[in-house]
Design a protein around this ligand. Structure first.
Ligand SMILES: Cc1cc2nc3c(=O)[nH]c(=O)nc-3n(C[C@H](O)[C@H](O)[C@H](O)COP(=O)(O)OP(=O)(O)OC[C@H]3O[C@@H](n4cnc5c(N)ncnc54)[C@H](O)[C@@H]3O)c2cc1C
Length: 471
């Protein structure tokens, strides 16, 4: 478990490091990159806006591409112990009809594990070797120095400025740190017009079964984690703004017998007026490095929660960045994050021309502090929680089909980890992108004219580049 440590103690620990690194955000990606650097004998300064270690947060289903990351961190056993295998998938329509049930076991026997874990437990696994973190702390300004970046760290008491060779912005989809180095116009977002509440329900005996309901204006997803069932109930924002109880009542009125699992999921959300509400939006920054500042995870390319891949991608990206930095020198730092261009699946490796251009060597003004953080944001529920978002969607409930051309979403290419410094870790499970391919094929079939959603609004993001997204 990470240990809460004062910012002064962390800065003192990092003082003699050959590479001084600040990691902003102790989420999935930030924790991994910090832990990997610690294994190299460094003392990265890790700061987290939340006031405490995240509680359970929400459920995550992790694709096999996380396996080599967990192996490198030396935590695969703990991961297995704190997660559950997701071997079956079932989906139904609002009439209650089961439209399909698939065993995924064969697929994952071939490619690796597909497992459900709560975000809190995952962070516990990732931080199990220990290490420092300063909670309740963020970066409020960044400024360029001749051979460093100066960061103002604010723990709510006395802001302190310190110099680093590298700042890693791993502070999630809405990354305030990204806002310090990139104009908002350089971050493309896609808003589905939908949002959903996330809650926990009691588990049932089907601990290996993910079950979903898809219908016009409603999506219900249920995903087991250890001892619990993670639930999301979503719809167009124009409908969900009515609140949990009224939205669920409307779904029930329009539905038949949805089965015990989905029924309990609806109950869990209806009973939780304070359930956390996630807007279903994604984002993509047009560059992932600005001089000595690197964007990582959702801050660089944030997926829709319904894609079910963002955490795995963030983990893989953090693993690659950590490996690239293992032998980096302060002088070489600005080149390292940029060399992610030849990197992993998460970064679109092997598909030239599909990555954002590397950022300019340094665009920060000479003197800092340069810009105050645009917002400090509410101290969150676990994860990168935006403020609850209930505004009506622009226009009607979306039902259009559109091309989703953002190439960063995933790759279909076999994963080849050929980036410099990465030779020490290759994986035979790297064909996990093939798993994503098959799943996206499944989604595509469901959304096809002959598929079960042909008359309804559905939402999903295929991980296949250039695939169709139905919203
Ligand atoms: C409901 C839901 C379900 C999902 N399901 C899946 C799934 O099944 N599978 C999957 O792979 N992905 C899933 N995702 C996506 C996944 O959660 C994200 O892609 C992943 O967490 C991104 O990791 P990250 O480290 O970049 O950001 P996060 O894990 O969001 O971490 C960012 C951290 O930065 C902190 N922070 C924010 N601002 C600041 C600041 N200014 N200063 C300091 N710290 C800051 C936040 O508190 C947070 O701890 C889901 C997401 C949601 C919301």
């Amino acid at each position: 478990m990470l240990e809460a440590t004062s910012i002064q103690a962390q800065l003192a620990g990092a003082r003699g490091d050959r590479l001084r690194v600040l990691v902003v955000g102790a989420g999935v990606a930030g924790t991994i990159v910090a832990q990997l650097l610690r294994r190299e004998g460094l003392h990265p300064v890790l700061v987290e806006r939340s006031a405490r270690e995240a509680d359970s947060g929400y459920m995550l289903a992790l694709m096999p591409l996380v396996d080599p990351v967990l192996d490198t961190l030396g935590v695969p056993e703990r991961y297995l112990a704190d997660s559950v295998g997701l071997d079956r998938y079932r989906f139904r329509n609002p009439a209650g009809t089961t439209l399909g049930e698939y065993s995924l076991a064969g697929l994952f026997e071939r490619f690796g594990d597909y497992r459900g874990i709560s975000r809190g437990e995952l962070l516990g696994v990732l931080g199990s070797a220990g290490g420092a973190v300063t909670y309740g702390t963020t970066v409020t300004a960044l400024g360029r120095r001749p051979a460093a970046v100066a960061a103002t760290l604010d723990d709510g008491a006395a802001p302190v400025e310190a110099e680093f060779d590298l700042v890693v912005a791993a502070d999630g989809l809405h990354s305030p740190t990204r806002g310090l180095v990139l104009d908002p116009g350089r971050v493309a977002t896609y808003d589905t017009g939908w949002g959903g509440w996330v809650a926990w329900a009691e588990p049932d005996q089907d601990v290996d079964l993910s079950e979903e309901l898809w219908g016009v204006g409603v999506f219900v997803g249920t995903y087991p984690v250890k001892d619990r069932l993670g639930v999301i109930v979503a719809g167009p924002r124009s409908d969900t703004e009515a609140g949990t109880e009224r939205f669920v009542a409307g779904v029930r009125r329009r539905s038949g017998s949805v089965g015990p699992r989905i029924g309990r999921a609806l109950d869990a959300v209806a009973r939780s007026p304070d359930a956390y509400y996630w807007s279903l939006t994604d984002c993509r920054s047009d560059t992932w490095s600005v001089g000595r500042v690197a964007l990582l995870g959702d801050a660089a390319a944030g997926f829709l929660p319904t894609a079910g891949i963002g955490a795995a991608m963030a983990m893989e990206s953090a693993w690659v960045l950590g490996s690239l930095l293992a032998d980096a020198t302060p002088d070489g730092v600005p080149r390292r994050p940029r060399s992610l261009r030849g990197g992993p699946a998460a970064q679109g490796g092997g598909r030239p021309g599909q990555l954002p251009p590397a950022g300019p060597p340094d665009v920060l003004p000479q003197q800092g502090p340069v810009r105050a953080a645009q917002h400090r944001g509410p101290v969150h529920p676990p994860g990168d929680g935006p403020a609850p978002h209930h505004q009506a969607a622009p226009g009607a409930a979306p039902r259009q089909v559109r091309r989703y051309d953002a190439p960063l979403r995933s790759t279909m290419a076999p994963v080849r980890y050929s980036a410099p410094g990465l030779a020490r870790k290759t994986t035979t499970r790297a064909t996990s992108s093939g798993v994503a391919a098959r799943l996206s094929g499944l989604w595509a079939r469901m959304a096809s004219p002959a598929g079960p959603w042909r008359n309804g609004a559905a939402m999903s993001v295929s991980t296949k580049p250039g695939a169709t997204v139905v919203t």
